[in-house]
Design a protein around this ligand. Structure first.
Ligand code: FES
Ligand code: FES
Length: 154
């Protein structure tokens, strides 16, 4: 089946199998491998992308369901080789260790800050509920998001 999507501002038209996940489509058809595959069953958030403004676990969305959609992946964050404010903040707060969860964390945080520019710690934790990190213990990630939202005294 033919689908059309816009990923990070660029249009793609591809023939896909009906059972292909959006995750595989992004990684294998489009070649954007920043989106990670962890559990593959919708539980870890490593595969998070933004689909029409909302975060989704791309491992449990079919590519055909995304026909006509606007998709943002981690590759869309940096502009002209410069990291986004959120990416910088993750870097400064040592919120990245192995980095496997980071693309999903950054995109979940981005969606949160768009909807709620000054989230409380509790709201940050709620927004990250579906994103697992096995390395950082979460505190640095929370601080990175607080800092990116201008809520941290320096
Ligand atoms: S790989 Fe999609 S939620 Fe874990
Ligand atoms: S930095 Fe390793 S899983 Fe989060």
């Amino acid at each position: 089946m033919k689908i059309n999507v816009k990923v990070n501002g660029k249009k793609y038209e591809r023939d896909v199998r009906e059972n292909m996940t959006l995750l595989r489509f992004i990684r294998e058809e489009i070649g954007l491998t920043g989106t990670k595959e962890g559990c593959g069953v919708g539980e870890c958030g490593a595969c998070t992308v933004i689909l029409n403004g909302k975060t989704v676990n791309s491992c449990i969305v079919l590519a055909v369901e995304a026909d006509g959609a606007v998709i943002e992946t981690i590759e869309g964050e940096a502009k002209n080789g410069k990291m986004s404010k959120l990416q910088n903040s993750f870097h400064e707060h040592h919120a990245v260790q192995c980095g496997f969860c980071t693309p999903g964390m950054v995109l979940s945080a981005k969606t949160l800050l768009k909807e709620n520019p000054k989230p409380s710690e509790h709201e940050i934790k709620e927004a990250l509920e579906g994103n697992f990190c096995r390395c950082t213990g979460y505190q640095q990630i929370i601080e990175a998001i607080q800092d990116a939202s201008g809520q941290m005294k320096k």
